[in-house]
Design a protein around this ligand. Structure first.
Ligand SMILES: [Zn+2]
Length: 188
């Protein structure tokens, strides 16, 4: 299990999809979940960075869990997800500041992540916030963006949620390039 977390955490970090201490990962095991520790570094996860606690019930490990625990719990309660990736992919975050929905322009992105809703416009978002609305929206989508913050992606495996994250970021990179080409064309 540690090796799955390490592989995804390292890839997110080396691809610039999380900064040194941002982002979080979890998997569900029945009525328990394993989530990355509050403030840990996803790029170099160790055994002690994985915190096991209840999907519903608190225990002595709960305070050690990621600050986004409330969102992960709500997602597991509302969806059939068994894994969650939360990251801060920069091009997707940029578009989340200007769009209410991100629609990939490339065929692969569109078929894999579909139309991606941006949640949390005109709301103050704190860590762990918007849990219910994020969970409800993930009933219909495999990935969503939180306005000006980052993505939550779900899957049966961490790898799947990671793939949705990188696919969305690649599509957003293309969308941003396209926007800058259009701006430059307008200047000529
Ligand atoms: Zn975040």
């Amino acid at each position: 299990m540690l090796s799955q977390f390490q592989a995804v955490g390292r890839d997110l970090f080396t691809q610039g999809l999380v900064s040194s201490n941002s982002g979080n990962l979890s998997i569900r095991l029945g009525d328990r979940l394993v989530i990355t520790r509050r403030g840990c570094r996803l790029g170099c996860l160790q055994e002690q960075d994985l915190i096991e606690t209840g999907v519903d019930k608190n225990d002595r490990h709960t305070p050690l869990a990621s600050t986004e625990l409330a969102v992960h719990r709500a997602i597991y309660r509302e969806t059939s997800a068994l894994a969650i990736v939360h990251a801060h992919p920069p091009h997707a975050v940029a578009l989340s500041l200007t769009e209410t929905e991100i629609v990939p322009g490339d065929a692969e992105g569109l078929s894999m992540v579909g139309r991606v809703p941006v949640i949390g416009w005109h709301m103050e978002v704190k860590p762990g916030g918007l849990a219910d609305i994020i969970a409800q929206t993930l009933k219909e989508h495999r990935i969503i963006m939180v306005h000006g913050h980052g993505n939550f992606a779900i899957g049966q495996l961490l790898e799947e949620a990671y793939n949705a994250t990188t696919t969305l970021e690649e599509s957003c990179q293309v969308l941003c390039l396209l926007k800058s080409l259009q701006v430059n064309a307008g200047r000529k």
